[in-house]
Design a protein around this ligand. Structure first.
Ligand SMILES: Cc1ncc(COP(=O)(O)O)c(C=O)c1O
Length: 466
């Protein structure tokens, strides 16, 4: 690769930017892809080349990349009240209206909403609220947080601890003590030979109960689940899984936190992933599509029981000593209000129910039989195509071969920005406004990229591909 021109955007990036989720050393050689503008489901690089964003940025730009109403909502709010806060009982209209809208739309009765700026902060806040709640109700030992292997809940210290991914733990000295991880409910990899989905779901619940009993039920406070795991490779649990694990949690009085940071706002074909997967959470966190990601904002909804605990304890302490300068910032709140109004007006759920199955069917028809594809999975507008070395044995490639990353590079050559997740699972989570013809175009480009990768692997004798 040629070194970038002096003073080009790429050279200035290499000189100055410390990138999230990037091999920082390789980046000094390889440099960035500089994205300059967006339009609908596409973004354009600095040379004007278009890419379909098959993951909506980071599973988040639900209304695509140039929604003018959101720009206007931000501008109008900037002019009216560019900043105010919610500390010490101050409030403002966007904070009140957005809270009301979220409570009205919650999948189960919720009492109050707390705002933060990112999914990680929402989950960290939820963890602190759970500890505070259990102190309030006289259970100071009941503090452990259960995540799942491959689950993703963010990267602040507590959120990274409940996350179950190696790259978020290794060398960062997390997880903190008091965080444990249950098994991944992925039938494709974890089922015993001949085990039905129902039997597998039951085993997941039994394993969870064993974990809780080993830790001590009176020490376990809450379990965090993404209804469908996103960054862990779009893991859709087997039917009945959440019914079974929620029964275990209820038995031991352990709170359920639904992390709806990806699944919320229509992604799975219902307003919430909790509705698609039959979850009744005590606490729900959301972010990303809440503002179509045009400005940073996230929320934590708590039910009445949790709220009462927080209220009682804050009364004893004298204040609820938690909150960010930008909790409920009026500008992102105004953008979120406009986003939710647009979802209602364009009936985003019906749209996802129409184009989601179209994308799922297209992915399966085009890729499921390909010799390099082990599993195509997903629902609504979230899916994954997992690449394997041995299709019959469900065996992945050696991670060192970086097969998924190579497919992502070929996809970029063909005009699609993609996302490689755990186990070489290529994620699909396009803007929710995507149309059927844009899905066709995206899948044509991905198919061309897969053909290129197949040819490359055949030349390298890395895989038996006819
Ligand atoms: C399910 C889930 N929770 C939490 C987060 C963290 O959100 P953020 O990156 O805004 O901190 C993410 C980010 O991808 C996520 O997918």
């Amino acid at each position: 690769m040629n070194p970038p021109r002096a003073n080009s955007a790429a050279a200035r990036d290499i000189a100055n930017v410390l990138h999230p989720y990037t091999d920082l050393k390789s980046h000094l050689q390889n440099g960035p892809m500089v994205i300059s503008r967006g339009e609908g489901v596409r973004v354009f690089d600095e040379n004007g080349r278009d890419y379909i964003e098959s993951v909506a940025g980071l599973w988040c730009a639900a209304l695509g990349f140039n929604n003018d109403r959101l720009v206007q909502a931000a501008t109008a709010q900037m002019r009216k009240l560019p900043f105010y806060h919610g500390f010490t009982a101050k409030s403002h209209e966007p904070l009140i209206e957005l809270s009301e809208m979220l409570i009205q739309r919650a999948p189960v009765p919720m009492s109050k909403v707390f705002f933060a700026n990112s999914g990680s902060e929402a989950n960290d806040s939820a963890i602190k609220m759970i500890w505070y709640f259990n102190n309030a109700i006289g259970r100071p030992k009941k503090k452990k947080i259960i995540g799942r292997i491959r689950g993703y809940h963010g990267i602040t210290i507590a959120a990274a601890s409940v996350t179950g991914q190696v790259v978020n733990h290794r060398s960062f000295d997390v997880p903190l003590p008091g965080f444990v991880h249950a098994m991944t409910p992925h039938h494709y990899h974890a089922a015993e030979p001949g085990e039905s989905e129902d039997a597998f779901a039951s085993r997941c619940a039994e394993e969870l109960e064993k974990l809780i009993l080993a830790e001590g039920p009176d020490t376990c406070a809450a379990m965090f689940c993404e209804p469908i795991m996103g960054a862990g490779g779009v893991v859709v649990p087997p039917r009945g899984y959440y019914e079974k694990i929620q029964e275990v949690l209820r038995r031991h009085d352990i709170l359920f936190v639904a992390d709806e940071v990806i699944c919320g706002f229509g992604r799975t074909g219902s307003y919430w992933g909790s509705q698609t997967l039959n979850i009744q959470p005590d606490i729900l966190t959301c972010a990303k599509a809440l503002s179509s990601s045009y400005l940073p904002i996230s929320g934590v909804m708590v039910n009445e029981r949790v709220f009462q605990g927080l209220a009682d304890e804050s009364h004893v302490v004298g204040t609820f000593g938690h909150g960010f300068t930008y909790s409920g910032h009026p500008v992102p709140a105004a953008v979120a209000i406009e986003t939710l109004k647009i979802y209602d007006e364009i009936n985003i759920i019906d749209h996802v129910r129409q184009v989601g199955p179209y994308m799922q069917e297209g992915l399966r028809r085009r890729f499921a039989d390909h010799p390099l594809v082990g599993e195509v999975r997903g629902t609504g507008l979230i899916a994954a195509v997992e690449l394997v070395e041995d299709k019959a044995a469900h065996r992945n490639f050696d991670p060192k071969a970086k097969i998924g990353a190579r497919l992502v590079r070929h996809m970029e050559e063909h005009g699609v920005i993609g996302r490689n997740c755990v186990n070489d699972a290529l994620a699909f989570s396009p803007p929710l406004i995507i149309t059927e013809s844009e899905i066709d175009e995206m899948l044509d480009r991905v198919a061309a990229a897969l053909t290129d990768l197949t040819g490359e692997l055949r030349r390298e004798n890395l895989a038996v591909v006819q």
